[in-house]
Every structure is written in C-alpha cells, then in structure tokens.
Write a protein that binds this ligand. Structure first.
Ligand SMILES: [Zn+2]
Ligand SMILES: [Zn+2]
Length: 391
C-alpha cells in the first residue's frame, strides 16, 4: 500500500513551509527578520542540492521519456514550470557538478549555495570534464569564501589559462552574435534591445558611466540616468560635428515647424522631428531655443519658393559670452558645465525675444526641459543664479 501523501517527507516539508509562512513578521525585530532570511536562504540552497541529487538520478534513468518529454530540460519546463534558462541550469548542475571531486558533497553540506554550484557546473562545461578536476580544484575552495559573481569572474579567468583556444573561439562567437535594434513602437517611443560582446559592452559601459553620476537633488532612478546618459552620448557626438556627413550635411536632429508653430499663441500647427514624428509644441520651442535655423518659404500650392541661409539662433560668439558669464547651468545647486547646456531665450525668439545677453542664459538639458515642457518659471535668486518655480 502506498503511503498517504501526508506521511511523505516532502509533504511534511511543505507543511513546515506553511507554518513558517504563517509567522507574524510584525512580532520580529528587523535583525531577527534579517537572520531568518539568511537561514531561509541556506535551507533553500540545501533543498536545491537535494533537487539536484534527485534530478541527476531521474536524468540517468531517462525518467522524462515516459512522460512524453524530449529531454530533462524539456521535462523541467513542462512539469516544474521553469523558464528555459533556469531549466537548463538545473540540468547542468545535476550533470556536471559530479565531475568535480568533492563538489557535490560540499553543495549538499551547505558549504556553498546553488548559484555557486551553477558557476562550478558551467566551468566543467566550459573546460571539459577531463580538465575540470585539476583546473577547478581551487575554485571549489573559493566557492566557500566569495560570492557567486566573483566566483564566475574567477572561473572565466581560469578558462583563459586552461583553454586559450577555446576562449578565443568563444570570444569570436560572442562577437558574431552582436546585435542592436532601435525600433519605434506604435505609440512613438523607441525600444532598444541588443547584445554586445565583452569588449563592446565594456566600451559602452565606460562611456555611459562617465555621464551617469547623479546631479544635485537628482530624483531620477538609476535606469533613467542610464537612458539619459545614452542620449547625452549621442547629443555630444552630434554636437562635436565629427561624424561622417551625408548629402554634404553633418548629421543633426531635424525638426520641421510650420511658421506660426513656435509662437506661444500657436495652435493646430504641429512640429515634427525626423525619425520620431510629431512632437509637442513645447518640445519644438525648446529645441528651437538653441538650434540652426533654416527658413523655407512655400507658395500657396505648397511648392518651395525660397530657402534662407542656415543660421544659429545662438551665434558662436553669443555662446562664448554665455559660457564666460554663466559658467554652466544657472539653476541654483546644479552647476553642470557648459558642455551639458543649451542657450535658453527667456522670451523665445519666436515671440520676438531678442538674442542678447539679458534675454539669454545657459540651462542644462534637464532644467531646459523643466522650463519648457513643465512650464516652470525662472526666478532670479542673486549671483546670476535662478530657481525654477512650478507654473
Ligand atoms: Zn529654451
Ligand atoms: Zn541644470
């Protein structure tokens, strides 16, 4: 006779988990909650070790075939609800860890956790079962001391020593798999997705990190700061003007605005940006604040009549004068250097504001956006500095 489910060891484990889940956290101090998290993590790791032991046995028996699965990974996905990567990792731990003498025992004893075991199993896959025991002996000892990320770094270094040809081949493969997609969604926002090899990722990371530091009173999240840094990288590159030209023109952001579209009182005339489509009137006014301007006159039938010379709305000499006077963003507590700043017309030139020193100041991109898009007003606070008041 089969035992009742309630008598099973795993059912008793589940019942214990339920009792743990019923514990009132309000009765515990934060230190007690912290200790319980550490203990819980140890138990989860011990259970992962047991999962691995049983999976290894099940795999050897090819138990998944009887259930219609094509592989143990397929079975884990279907029956245990794991995602592909997580299922493949469990299967790798179950199969490869045993190639390292002592590793399985140490994992079961709780000497290191599941994520360490995954790094060790991956190392076996990478250096091969034959080379693994000798090559990775030090790695097992390290698993008890360092976190799993550090262990992975050590494992990669090890692979470079043991198998230089293999790591070169892997680097070439990673490079071939590089991809980058920038696509505009139905709603007009752009979606970025891709994969870079180690060198490409490090290059981008280095450049972005240089532009990601939080500003004074910065309310942006780290992901927002990284997004801003990527755009800032492009803005600086376009500003520097040393990208290859096309059609005799240096690449630049192109925005087309109907004649009346920039005036404060304008309504109905929609500005549009190349690659992005329609943009709000406030965005058009901000971008036009400090831009190269070309006036195109059209006949009534829409054919072009004349094109003006392109001129900067903030001339190079005006820009230099602003940089000398303002030395950076004029918002109190900001102080970002001129390279981050646009020239801002306090009364917009489209509303007949003059491009002269008393109507101009430097604002960093974020504060320029606050003034235009969020309709903040600039209040002088002395010393050539300003605060932004909400409308
Ligand atoms: Zn402006
Ligand atoms: Zn600023």
């Amino acid at each position: 006779m089969r035992p009742e489910p309630g008598d099973g060891l795993i059912a008793r484990l589940a019942a214990a988990a339920e009792r743990v889940a019923g514990e009132r956290l309000e009765d515990l101090s934060s230190a007690e909650v912290g200790r319980s998290l550490v203990e819980l993590r140890r138990v989860i790791d011990r259970l992962e070790a047991e999962f691995s032991r049983r999976l290894s046995h099940f795999d050897r028996l090819k138990g998944y075939i009887g259930e219609g699965a094509t592989s143990v990974v397929d079975w884990l996905k279907r029956r245990c609800g794991l995602a592909g990567g997580a299922a493949a990792q469990r299967a790798e731990v179950a199969r490869e860890l045993e190639a390292l003498p002592g590793a399985v025992e140490a994992f079961r004893n709780g000497d290191f956790g599941y994520h360490h075991a995954a790094v060790l199993a991956r190392t076996v896959t990478e250096v091969g079962r034959e080379a693994a025991p000798q090559a990775a002996a030090g790695l097992i000892a390290a698993a008890e001391r360092v976190d799993a990320d550090r262990l992975r770094t050590m494992s990669r270094e090890l692979r470079h020593c043991v198998d230089p040809e293999g790591t070169l081949a892997a680097a070439i493969r990673d490079h071939q798999r590089r991809r980058f997609n920038l696509s505009q969604s139905f709603d007009g926002v752009f979606l970025v997705d891709g994969q870079l090899d180690g060198e490409g990722g490090a290059m981008l990371r280095t450049a972005i990190d240089a532009l990601t530091a939080p500003l004074a009173n910065d309310a942006r999240t780290p992901t927002q700061r990284r997004a801003d840094a990527l755009v800032e990288l492009a803005r600086r590159q376009l500003q520097a003007g040393d990208l290859p030209s096309s059609g005799g023109q240096r690449p630049h952001l192109v925005i087309t605005v109907p004649a009346a579209g920039l005036c404060e009182a304008a309504g109905g005339d929609v500005a549009s940006m190349r690659f992005a489509g329609a943009v709000s009137a406030e965005t058009a006014r901000r971008l036009a604040c400090d831009a190269a301007l070309t006036v195109l006159t059209e006949a009534e039938d829409g054919s072009a009549l004349s094109v003006s010379r392109t001129m900067r709305t903030v001339s190079p000499s005006m820009r230099r004068a602003l940089e000398v006077r303002d030395r950076g963003c004029v918002i109190k507590g900001c102080g970002l250097p001129p390279s981050w700043c646009d020239g801002h017309h306090r009364r917009h030139w489209a509303d007949f504001g003059q491009t002269e020193m008393r109507n101009m100041l430097l604002l960093c991109g974020a504060h320029h956006r606050t003034v235009h898009e969020l309709r903040g007003t600039l209040e002088p606070v002395g010393d050539g500095q300003f605060e932004i008041r909400p409308p």
